[in-house]
Write a protein that binds this ligand. Structure first.
Ligand code: DAH
Length: 339
């Protein structure tokens, strides 16, 4: 009898099932109310006393083996999300999960970085809390220079002045102070201005600064670089440079790209002119080079600065700049991008 039970134990251990129904049949065979275990247990009273102990242990071993096998097989056919399930239902449809999307500001920023990195520009960064020297003085904006009024500044401390940078041009200064030419760098980052918040302006926004300093850099190099940029960024190669003024560049210019007037959107975006202003630029003023410890007789350079938010609003026809900082997921979800 004991040998017979031991044979069953071996059988139970070797058992496998291809379908849930087979597991159930197996369970009934051993553990069911009319199952084999029941039969063996009822034999117990007929077993001679000296064998009772071994007999009892063997039946219990069979019971345990059968229960464990049933549990194991049940789990493997389980279609619930039980993590212990070995196989699960492989034909079950996958569970959808939400994929995030990059913020439109990051999308535009990354695209700009990508375009300039292809022509040898690296990426540099500077602090958002700046001192007077890097944000103003070194950039040819001495203390009483009227151009300081062009920017409303958030001051953190007065005398000596500590402030939230009003433009990423401050990174130019830091980069030139710490690196020798040839310099080719772009500096993306957040900037702050004390402006009333409205659909068109915010007290913080984002810029990308560009700086190229080497021997013999000319205005033609600047124009060529910008044309390459607008072609890659917008698919538009027609640009114009309008004379302008920035204290840190001489000569200075404002860059317009010809967007066209083919669609109604073109009309709206360009206010009927076909031209879109995208950035300021110029040849780095020799005073700025000198302030940053670069020999202005040996080197020349160009610089440019553009607003990332503005470009994001234009490209995506976003009507209100505040939407960029509200973090409304219904808005953000619309910007799936590989950048
Ligand atoms: N810093 C300027 C601004 O905030 C943008 C700018 C204009 C940067 C001309 C430059 C430049 O480097 O050459 O409006």
């Amino acid at each position: 009898m004991i040998d017979n039970i031991k044979k069953h134990i071996a059988e139970v251990e070797a058992f496998t099932a291809n379908a849930q129904g087979e597991v159930e049949a197996f369970r009934i065979k051993y553990l069911g109310s009319k199952g084999l275990l029941k039969d063996f247990f009822s034999e117990f009273k007929n077993v001679p006393n000296e064998q009772k102990k071994e007999f009892g242990q063997t039946i219990n071993a069979l019971k345990k083996a059968a229960e464990e096998k049933v549990n194991f097989l049940k789990n493997s056919f389980d279609t619930s999300t039980d993590l212990n399930s070995v196989y699960g239902d492989l034909t079950r449809p996958g569970e959808p999960f939400t994929v995030g999307s990059r913020h439109p500001i990051s999308v535009v920023k990354n695209k700009i970085i990508d375009i300039f990195s292809r022509i040898g520009f690296n990426v540099s960064e500077g602090p958002e809390i700046e001192d007077d020297w890097h944000n103003f003085t070194a950039l040819n904006l001495p203390e009483y220079h009227p151009a300081r009024d062009m920017q409303d500044t958030f001051f953190v401390e007065k005398d000596p002045d500590v402030l939230l940078r009003t433009h990423t041009s401050s990174v130019q200064v830091r980069y030139m102070e710490n690196n020798k030419p040839p310099i080719r760098t772009i500096s993306p980052g957040r900037v702050y201005r004390n402006e009333a918040i409205s659909a068109r302006s915010h007290c913080f926004f984002h810029q990308v600064e560009g700086l190229y300093v080497d021997k013999g850099v000319s205005f033609a190099d600047l124009k060529q670089t910008l044309q390459y940029f607008t072609t890659e960024m917008f698919g538009k190669s027609k640009i114009r440079l309008r004379p302008s003024y920035f204290p840190f560049t001489e000569p200075s210019a404002e860059v317009d790209v010809y967007w066209g007037l083919e669609t109604e959107t073109d009309y709206k975006m360009t206010k009927g002119t076909g031209w879109l202003e995208i950035m300021g630029c110029g040849m780095v003023d020799p005073n700025v080079l000198t302030n940053c410890g670069i020999d202005a007789n040996e080197y020349s350079g160009f610089a440019f600065g553009m607003g990332i938010d503005r470009i994001a609003l234009l490209l995506h026809q976003i009507p209100d700049i505040r939407m960029l900082s509200e973090n409304d997921i219904r808005f953000l979800e619309q910007f799936k991008s590989s950048y």
